[in-house]
Design a protein around this ligand. Structure first.
Ligand code: PLP
Length: 394
């Protein structure tokens, strides 16, 4: 008899987002005149930059012409785009071959697919609070997940645990949800730990473009030894507003091998089997991001989000609330005031000032008592929300 993948029954349901949606909708129904300030969602609000739009239009025209039409694209990405990404890494002092860069439809897709390179018996280490995808994809694959809990005492940036071993280690820096970011020395400790036990780090760099502090690496490959123990997954979603356009890239170094098996070769083979590539049009749009004009123009949107983060941070500074993130990240992770739980704080903010954020428990047990705000909203709304927060929490 057919057996379904019973690991689906082990997943937590989308209780958090459903509940946020339901509570907000109920409030709106009861107060139809009220404007709700949605400071929770991690989706961008600003349009794609002009250079990207032009490239997308041009690519659509190409598809209408006998001469320039493109059919299937190479599974691992157009050579020009792979080269453009490898050129981009030179900014961080990282030298990659274009064949070490793989184009994807977004980080989320590759966070799932990449696990096909690992045996089911491998043990996984996830630092919590965490982006839920890391845990869910491994539960579905039937892997054992160890949770490394963190807190304000280590700034939500734990170092490798001397008492625990793992085969696959997730690091996300700058972090979603905490906004905390590892410096070079801390990342070096993780790289040494991984190399020391033959583990592989899956480094999620989805928010690298928000880094402004020179002590914070943009890529794990800035750290000596990382090419023998890490895979980096990145995305244009937050970098260039591609959440609805969809394009990402994954770096698998040629030096990464275990038991005589090369991960770069395996991933290239995986791509041949699992995808027919990302559309020509989107790859053209993505390549435009990496041109000098594109890189300059995306910074204008990033500057808007960074200003939003500063406005929110200033509000929390004024009322004396502990938080981390915000500086090298679009997320601000704060301690709920007066010992409130995440949901209590959620209800309080919604009912009193119509501001919506995300209770920390949505990102794991140790997120309890914390709350996430996002800086991806509209600037005027963010200012109004910050004013309301100041007045309420003073
Ligand atoms: N990784 C992290 C940490 C994220 O926060 C997100 C999206 O919010 C993703 C990956 C997924 O990005 P993409 O839109 O490229 O699938």
């Amino acid at each position: 008899m057919l057996k379904p993948n019973m690991h689906y029954t082990e997943l937590k349901d989308s209780y958090l987002f459903n509940t946020i949606y339901r509570k907000t909708a109920e409030y709106q129904k009861a107060h139809p005149e009220a404007k709700i300030y949605r400071m929770g969602v991690g989706d961008v609000s600003r349009p794609l930059c002009q250079t990207v739009i032009q490239a997308l239009h041009q690519a659509v025209e190409d598809q209408a012409s006998m001469r320039n039409f493109h059919g299937y694209m190479p599974e691992s990405g157009a050579p020009e785009l792979r080269r453009a990404v490898s050129e981009y890494y030179k900014r961080f002092g990282v030298h990659l071959g274009a064949d070490e860069v793989f184009v994807s439809s977004g980080a989320c897709d590759d966070l799932g697919d990449i696990l096909e390179l690992f045996d089911q018996d491998n043990t996984v280490l996830v630092i919590e609070p965490a982006y839920p995808e890391y845990v869910d994809t491994n539960i579905l694959a039937g892997r054992k997940v160890l949770h490394l809990e963190t807190g304000a005492d280590n700034g939500f940036l734990p170092l490798p645990p001397a008492d625990r071993k793992a085969d696959i280690i997730y690091l996300c820096s700058p972090n979603n949800p905490t906004g905390a970011a590892y410096d070079r020395e801390q990342l070096k400790a993780w790289v040494d730990y991984a190399n020391g036990q033959g583990a592989v780090i899956l480094f999620d760099a989805a928010y690298e473009v928000f880094i402004e502090d020179p002590a914070i690496p943009h890529s794990i490959f800035e750290i000596e030894g990382a090419k023998t123990c890490a895979i980096e997954i990145c995305s244009l979603s937050k970098t260039a507003g591609f959440t609805g356009t969809r394009l990402g890239y994954t770096v698998v170094p040629r030096l990464l091998e275990r038991m005589g098996v090369n991960f770069n070769t395996m991933w290239a083979r995986n791509r041949e089997t699992r995808t027919n590539g990302v559309s020509y049009i989107l790859q053209k749009g993505a390549a435009a991001v990496f041109t000098p004009e594109g890189l300059e123009q995306i910074q204008r949107n990033i500057a808007v989000y960074k200003e939003n983060a500063r406005v929110l941070m200033a509000a929390f500074d004024r009322v004396g609330i502990w938080y981390c993130g915000g500086k090298n990240s679009p997320y601000i992770w704060l301690k709920c005031p007066e010992g409130m739980g995440g949901w209590e704080f959620f209800d309080y903010l919604l009912n009193e000032i119509q501001v919506v954020g995300i209770p920390g428990e949505g990102f794991g047990e140790c997120g309890k008592g914390y709350f996430r705000f996002s800086a991806f909203g509209d600037p005027d709304d963010t200012k109004e929300a910050a004013d309301r927060l100041c007045k309420l929490l003073r």
